[in-house]
Design a protein. Sequence first.
Length: 214
Amino acid sequence: MVSWGALLSFAGLAFLMVAVPGPSVLFTISRALTTGRRSALLTVVGNSVGIYVQVVAVAFGLGAVVVASSTAFTAIKVVGAAYLIYLGVQAIRHRGALRASFHAEAPAGTRGAAAVVRDGFVVGFANPKSIVFLAALLPQFVDPAAGSVQRQMLILGLCIPIFGLILDSLWALAAGSARSWFARSPRRLAVVGGTGGLVMIGMGASLALTGRKD
């Protein structure tokens, strides 16, 4: 079982890790401005699930593989970068439809919601740097004498998606509130759509250029 001391110490580091704006926050803000609060909040859910899948992967050995293998690191990096660039291109292509979507607030169907959650999941999971971070950090808070190492990592790792859900949702709500101002002008909305797309493409390019420190 995880000790309270280890849990609180890891929770503090996890909070700092999530509080510093990174790719997930930028992606969430872009989604809030271009497609609204609901889409942004669903993105946050998908992102948190993706990050926890990373925790599960680290607990059962994938983290060590990514740390040791440049091929695995590059494969995950390329998938994540390509997907972000694809989403950015799509946002730019459809920027002119933002005003219509803003005034037609028809709830997205199950398929639409699932697709938005999937996007967040991919962005959350396909970040090799966070896998390397988790693989290096989690074992330091585990006590083999206290029981299953995997179970302890899974419990500790819950801190990250929980903090992510809370803090990233606040970003989504704040950015969603700003969207109403942009909606007063079709030109502003088109600019937001194009800028959001460029941000995603920039994130993808930055991820693609991320290298290993070995």
